[in-house]
Design a protein around this ligand. Structure first.
Ligand SMILES: [Zn+2]
Length: 134
């Protein structure tokens, strides 16, 4: 049987060093949406190179800048190969609609990043609600 989360495998690194920061996404998101949001996150946080990808609280593995760059290259090549896709200068479907929000515990160093937040995350060390980092 197909694992419903299998489609996210394209986002994962094969030889993974542990990611330091968990990023949680819902299984309802598409891998493309997640890739866009992660790219925007990496662009906004130069010190970040690798994160743990969690889908519906299940840790799938790590993803990083190199994987996303390869995906983007491939999708641009695919777009160039399609006569309906224009000049390939812009990615079809690229948007800023998907944003990874960053939360930090006010009492310790714990951080979480979430896509499509519907609830405030709580500190894994029992400090209660985390605060949004802007
Ligand atoms: Zn804490």
């Amino acid at each position: 049987m197909a694992d419903p989360l299998w489609r996210f495998r394209i986002l994962l690194e094969s030889a993974a060093e542990p990611g330091l920061v968990p990023v949680s996404v819902p299984a309802s998101a598409s891998p493309g949406e997640v890739a866009e949001a992660l790219e925007a996150m990496f662009a906004a946080e130069p010190e970040l190179t690798r994160v743990n990808l969690e889908v519906d609280d299940q840790v799938l593995g790590t993803t990083g800048r190199a994987v996303l760059a390869r995906l983007r290259e491939r999708s641009q090549e695919a777009a160039r190969g399609d006569p309906g896709a224009g000049d390939g200068a812009t990615l079809p479907g690229l948007s800023t609609a998907y944003v990874v929000l960053r939360f930090r515990c006010p009492s310790c160093a714990a951080e979480r990043r979430l896509l499509f937040v519907d609830d405030t995350p709580t500190c894994p060390n029992g400090h209660g609600a985390m605060e949004r980092v802007r």
